[in-house]
Design a binder for this molecule. Structure first.
Ligand SMILES: [Fe+2]
Ligand SMILES: [Fe+2]
Length: 181
């Protein structure tokens, strides 16, 4: 994958939704990714990998429409060659992070679509799964991504999306050019 190819995928997300029939979350995938990335940037301005993970975390819904359970892994596999293991790992963990948060913070609300798909994605975690999650090197950062994920579903907040997306291109290009461990 090249930066151009990733940008093309994100542009196609302008008219793609997390469920093909648009019965899921109320914003298009690009709008959602932009909102999540902006929230992450406001919380962690010095972590462009986490910000870009927020931008791209749901592209699996575009790549494999209807695959709720597999969308995180599909997105991670797609971006790993370009964006590296940490961004891919954060993308992959955004669904386990949802299960983790729903387990350890049961009073926390989910959007109706997130609640519906939680069971498809494995439901609540066992205590062993919680322990394993907390030991994952990207686990804590993926929780941040997931908290932003839940806030990035505001109808009409992101305008105009393609101009906002263009502003992320230099951030992505710096990441691609950066030395990664
Ligand atoms: Fe997702
Ligand atoms: Fe999301």
């Amino acid at each position: 994958m090249t930066v151009d190819e990733l940008m093309d995928i994100l542009i196609r997300c302008e008219d793609a939704w997390d469920s093909p029939d648009k019965t899921g979350d109320p914003v298009a995938l690009l709008d959602h990714g932009l909102q999540v990335a902006a929230v992450v940037r406001s919380w962690h301005p010095d972590d462009p990998e986490l910000q870009v993970a927020g931008l791209v975390h749901d592209i699996g819904h575009l790549l494999n429409p209807g695959d709720e359970a597999g969308h995180a892994a599909a997105g991670a596999d797609a971006v790993r060659p370009l964006l590296g293991d940490r961004v891919a790992g954060l993308v992959e963990l955004h669904v386990p992070a949802k299960r983790y948060l729903a387990t350890v913070e049961p009073a926390r609300g989910l959007s109706p679509e997130s609640a519906r798909t939680l069971e498809l994605q494995g439901g609540l975690m066992s205590s062993d799964e919680v322990t394993a999650y907390e030991a994952h090197p990207y686990g804590a950062a993926a929780v941040i991504l997931r908290r932003a994920d839940d806030l990035g579903k505001v109808i009409g907040l992101t305008r105009p999306p393609l101009a906002e997306l263009a502003a992320w291109r230099p951030v992505i290009e710096r990441l691609v050019g950066a030395d990664r461990p």
